[in-house]
Design a protein around this ligand. Structure first.
Ligand code: PMP
Length: 419
């Protein structure tokens, strides 16, 4: 794509990117009192694509990271009921004790055993739990190893806590699982903590018990604390989810994050939780009691009911996601966009088609020419380049339309040079 002066969109952006590296100020510069931290926080690369998509009619967006379903009715109804009964006050800082008891029972399905009073903190989404964990565990200047490509919030939360990010690229050859070799190659042994996220956003990759064992060995050998984001644990399509916290000697060096956003389609209710050793949960709660006080009360009522009665609804959504997953994987492979079999979450991570190497260029051209929004893989960090994140948390009709449009795009523009 070129502007009137003949500059291609990607060349303009790479000039902008170079400017940003020299002068990473993401504000207009009018307000001089903004902190360096605020100024240096870049806008999310995903948002930019949402904004482009919002401006267009008849767009099919496979860019979103949230279920297209509403929360199960019983959970919504419990929230309404709580409001009708006037339950609008704060709860205990750690969250309702009956909800913590419920969570403690619920996670036993993954062989996780946590004391509801001492080892569980209910938070405003898993996002708050990640942020609190960084602030509770990372001292300024300490390094946190963050595998890439990965969910976009980890690196900023390390930086907000004053820490340094050590990127650990994962590889397409190993289907984006995290290997002992990846950790060694990135000198992750110099870090004090390691983020882990399986099932993964953005790749949909999962890790088996054996694969996790190698990561656990590395963590024990180099004394790394593991921050394991397991928010997609209920969205597995081949096998049971395994938590690294259940491997030998890992419980005491692991925090597990989970929540209600993905499995129960409750993103907007903002409810998550952290499970971990008492000392760490206490430290997180000391910060949480000042910054959040307590997680949303109405959402806690919904979450109680979600755990009590919504498993059949979760299973229905999981099956719908699985049908869509199989459809998109086979269509991308038919179109020559190599797509490994992602077995978790609701994302697949196909390669750009041959003839198109630059994921950002491909995504920009596709949105403008065919009104299909995908997210360029590079937004998620090293190792993501040349790939696209495709969310299948959209109805089957939209997925079919998107794939038909991508097919006609590839017929019109078999290579980037043909654009
Ligand atoms: N972790 C991952 C891997 C995610 O994909 C997301 C949401 N996109 C979150 C955490 C945030 O979850 P929550 O809504 O519970 O804050």
């Amino acid at each position: 794509m070129t502007d009137r002066q003949g500059h291609s969109a990607s060349s303009i952006e790479s000039e902008q990117a170079n400017d940003e590296i020299r002068n990473p100020d993401h504000t207009s510069g009018n307000i001089h009192r903004l902190s360096q931290r605020a100024k240096q926080t870049p806008p999310s690369g995903i948002r930019r694509f949402f904004e482009l998509a919002d401006e267009m009619d008849d767009i099919v967006s496979l860019g979103v990271g949230e279920p297209d379903f509403s929360a199960p009715w019983a959970a919504r109804s419990a929230a309404i009921d709580a409001l009708e009964r006037g339950k609008t006050s704060y709860t205990a800082n750690r969250g309702r004790s009956d909800l913590r008891a419920n969570i403690s029972e619920h996670v036993k399905q993954y062989d996780l055993e946590y004391d509801p009073d001492e080892e569980i903190l209910v938070t405003a989404g898993a996002s708050e739990a990640v942020d609190l964990a960084m602030r509770a565990l990372v001292d300024p200047g300490e390094t946190v190893a963050v595998p890439k490509p990965s969910y976009i919030s980890y690196a900023p939360s390390v930086t907000f806590a004053g820490g340094e990010v050590r990127s650990v690229p994962t590889r397409a050859e190993t289907d984006f699982t995290l290997t002992y070799e990846d950790l060694t190659a990135a000198n992750a042994s110099e870090a004090s903590a390691l983020v882990l996220c399986y099932p993964n956003n953005p790749t949909g990759a999962v890790m088996t018990r054996d694969e996790l064992r190698d990561v656990a060995t590395f963590a024990r050998e180099h004394d790394l604390f593991v921050l394991s984001d397991e928010i997609y644990s209920a969205l597995r399509y081949d096998d049971e989810h395994v938590s690294i916290a259940t491997l030998p000697e890992m419980r005491e060096r692991t925090l597990v994050f989970n929540g209600f956003s993905k499995a129960y389609a409750m993103t907007g209710m903002r409810l998550g939780y952290a499970l971990g050793p008492q000392e760490v949960i206490d430290a997180m709660n000391r910060i949480h009691q000042y910054t959040m006080l307590s997680a949303p009360t109405t959402a806690q009522a919904a979450a109680m009911e979600a755990i009590n009665s919504c498993e059949p609804a979760v299973e229905k959504m999981r099956q719908a996601f699985d049908r869509r997953r199989q459809f998109v994987i086979s269509r991308f492979n038919e179109l020559g966009m190599d797509c490994f079999e992602a077995k978790g979450a609701f994302y697949v991570f196909p390669k750009c088609p041959p003839g198109w190497e630059d994921d950002e260029e491909f995504a920009e051209a596709l949105i403008h020419e065919e009104r299909v929004a995908l997210v360029p893989g590079r937004v998620f960090g090293d190792g993501g380049e040349g790939h696209l994140r495709v969310s299948y948390a959209s109805g089957m009709d939209d997925l079919k339309t998107a794939l038909t449009r991508i097919e006609s795009f590839l017929e019109s523009y078999p290579t980037s040079a043909s654009l």
